[in-house]
Design a protein around this ligand. Structure first.
Ligand code: CAA
Length: 398
């Protein structure tokens, strides 16, 4: 059971921050396709970029459940703010803290904890999206170090980032086991942030390309053991799915809240039996789905905090919450009618923003593949012949 007064107190704190500092500028950030720099400074001061960074480095050292609540509450008013925090923590801080050497952690994490430095995560490539092991970016031995070449696309936050972690093929004949990961500073010669994407939603979130052209890296830029890059990134995505689930949940809740207020204040809905069921029914369906999504997101966060296997649940949480976010923002537009459909309406922004959640950090189709692998394994385990009882033990119990 995750309900805990401390978690709810923290939710209130983040909600107050979001209402005071994010909601008033969310529409402007969306229209100008720019993350407000003052908001970014405030978020760094509050520690939103270092929620998962251990306290010993000056970070918040937060558990996954409260982290998910933070992403949910920020996303409830602004998807761009939610994804910026989610990517910085789940895809940036988490892998450095989990797979980095002590030297790498000491080099990177104090800047995250004390100043809110951001780390970008480079996996996707023009020819390697869902098929992440199709990576073409490569790193070859160059004296004592490495020479890195290639490009990454659709990467979140690189314009705000101080550090980059990226996958690259180091052993071309070894498949997924031939992919390693590297850590580099944004000022490393040969590295450049490329074109920024113009997107349907999440306008204030930075989505850009990364280019590596003969980037010379020292030996210790290798991140974890050679050949472990693909696994590290897959494990990172297992956790990242909790935060994108939380983001979709926040956008769903935000849409529901707006639709409810509209139904009560503008349509005079009170819940009577003969009253506008065309509005009552979708509101109830939205609320039920939001609760179900919340259960999945918090369950996967709680399992992660308990160091229990959580990858099946996080894939389910991300997939389901994304679809609930889509449904709720769509229904909210229907309930608000033209007030919802017109540009500048908050539900219209949520509708565009939440669409990313069914695509980014793994499509819903990839999640269905991942979930099917787990449930098929569970079936194999459940139907495997039981080990025969030791003869001695059998004698005793007889
Ligand atoms: N944890 C640990 N190890 C894992 C793992 C996991 N979750 N998933 C796979 N592995 C391991 C496997 O055990 C296997 O190891 P061995 O070789 O030792 O047996 C190895 O990795 C290869 O695994 P698979 O054979 O399962 O690999 P696959 O090619 O079949 O992977 C896939 C299939 C699950 C669809 C995977 O490619 C995938 O998750 N794709 C989606 C990628 C994705 O989400 N991309 C978005 C990234 S976000 C981004 O880049 C931009 C941003 O900033 C948001």
């Amino acid at each position: 059971m995750w309900w805990d007064p401390k978690v709810e107190e923290y939710r209130e704190e983040v909600r107050a921050f979001a209402e005071e500092h994010v909601r008033p500028i969310a529409d402007r950030m969306d229209r100008h396709s720019e993350f407000d720099p003052h908001l970014m400074d405030k978020m760094k001061q509050w520690g939103f970029m270092s929620l998962l960074c251990p306290k010993q480095y000056g970070g918040k050292g937060m558990d996954t459940l409260r982290y998910a609540v933070a992403v949910e509450e920020l996303s409830r008013v602004c998807g761009s703010t939610g994804i910026t925090v989610a990517a910085a923590n789940s895809l940036g801080v988490y892998p450095v803290d989990s797979f980095g050497s002590q030297e790498q952690k000491d080099k990177v994490l104090p800047g995250v904890g004390e100043k809110g430095d951001i780390i970008a995560f480079g996996l996707t490539e023009p020819g390697a999206g869902s098929d992440a092991s199709g990576t073409k970016t490569n790193a070859v031995r160059d004296g004592d170090g490495w020479l890195l070449n290639g490009s990454k696309c659709f990467i979140t936050n690189p314009r705000f980032s101080t550090w980059i972690i990226t996958t690259a093929v180091t052993d071309p004949d070894a498949g997924a086991r031939g992919i390693s990961s590297f850590l580099l500073h944004k000022d490393t010669p040969g590295f450049a942030v490329g074109k920024s994407e113009t997107k349907m939603g999440l306008h204030a979130s930075d989505t850009s390309m990364l280019h590596f052209e003969d980037v010379k890296l020292p030996d210790d830029a290798l991140f974890g053991p050679r050949g472990d890059g693909f696994k590290q990134f897959m494990m990172t995505l297992d956790g990242g799915r909790i935060s994108i689930g939380a983001m979709a949940l926040g956008l769903a809740q935000g849409s529901l809240d707006i639709a409810l207020r509209h139904a009560k204040n503008n349509l005079g809905l009170t819940g009577g039996i003969n009253e506008r069921q065309a509005v009552q029914f979708p509101l109830s369906d939205m609320a039920t789905r939001v609760e179900a999504a919340r259960h999945l997101v918090y369950q996967s966060a709680a399992l992660k905090d308990l160091h229990q296997p959580f990858a099946k649940q996080s894939a389910m949480a991300k997939m389901y919450a994304s679809e609930v976010g889509h449904y709720c923002s769509d229904q909210a537009i229907q309930i608000l009618g033209m007030d919802g459909y017109c540009t500048g309406s908050e539900v219209e922004r949520h509708w565009r923003d939440v669409r990313l959640c069914e695509i980014g950090e793994g499509t819903s189709e990839v999640h269905r593949i991942v979930i099917s692998r787990y449930i098929l394994k569970e079936l194999d385990k459940a139907t495997a012949p039981k080990k025969s009882v030791e003869p001695e033990l059998a004698k005793t119990s007889a």
